[in-house]
Design a protein around this ligand. Sequence first.
Ligand code: NDP
Length: 253
Amino acid sequence: MEAVPIQNESVKLGLVGAGKMAKSIARGVVQSGVLPTQRISTAIYSNPNRGVAFQSLGVSLLPYNSDLSLPPSRDVITFSVKPQLKNVVLQLRPFLSKNKLLVSIAAGVKLKDRRVCDFEVFAFVQKPKRHGAIMSLGGAATEEDGELVAKLFGSVGKIWRAGEKLFGAITGLRAIEALADGGVAAGLPQELALGLASQTVLGAASVAIKSGKHAGQLKDDVTSPGGTSIAGIHELEKSGFRGGVDEYCCGCC
Ligand SMILES: NC(=O)C1=CN([C@@H]2O[C@H](COP(=O)(O)OP(=O)(O)OC[C@H]3O[C@@H](n4cnc5c(N)ncnc54)[C@H](OP(=O)(O)O)[C@@H]3O)[C@@H](O)[C@H]2O)C=CC1
């Protein structure tokens, strides 16, 4: 999505949890010009060193997380805390007025916990710069809310709307790591193994996207009878790769 500055001055971004994810979101929003730095703020929880990166971006550092929710503006409050998302949200609830739009990026939080937190919007940001993000709207969120969050997160990486059930599937994308580990086990240096694994997955994905063919068809296109590709696939099937990946993705949902 092309970064479009949000002109409405009442829209502000508050980041609860000033860690790595918050930094990445703040940097994306600032660098794309979607929001000026005066309209982005965060608060330090316990480690004052966390503030340095935000200060260098020009993002406001407030004394307490509850301060993020005070001004009567249309704030988007993003929770990027670790751990105990639910407790943090419940603690802040008394300070959050109705016009706050709550966004969660917490990984591995069960659906029932998200519901207890009563998020208007769920956003799931998986390594946004590299893989993009998917987001899902909670029950109380409007289409307008969704567009606002898409504008903000779209400045960090490509963003898609998807059912919440699919969030776990993104977490399941560990194929590159597994491929790289296999390369290292076969004797490749770590860096080379990771580079080759990344390019292999990138290449396969771009062929799948560009061709529009079903993955099974693409596999048939590259396997010749008695060849090494089908021998490799045979080994994967013997080890239960397909079922394992399937189980892993479902387990994350
Ligand atoms: N959706 C995705 O794609 C991804 C999501 N995540 C999720 O994002 C969240 C943050 O991850 P990440 O940025 O890597 O983690 P970090 O450890 O870098 O940052 C966590 C932040 O939370 C703060 N914090 C801890 N406890 C509390 C609390 N009780 N109240 C307020 N703030 C608190 C920490 O403050 P301090 O250090 O001062 O104690 C720190 O600033 C996690 O929930 C993680 O699962 C992470 C990666 C990808």
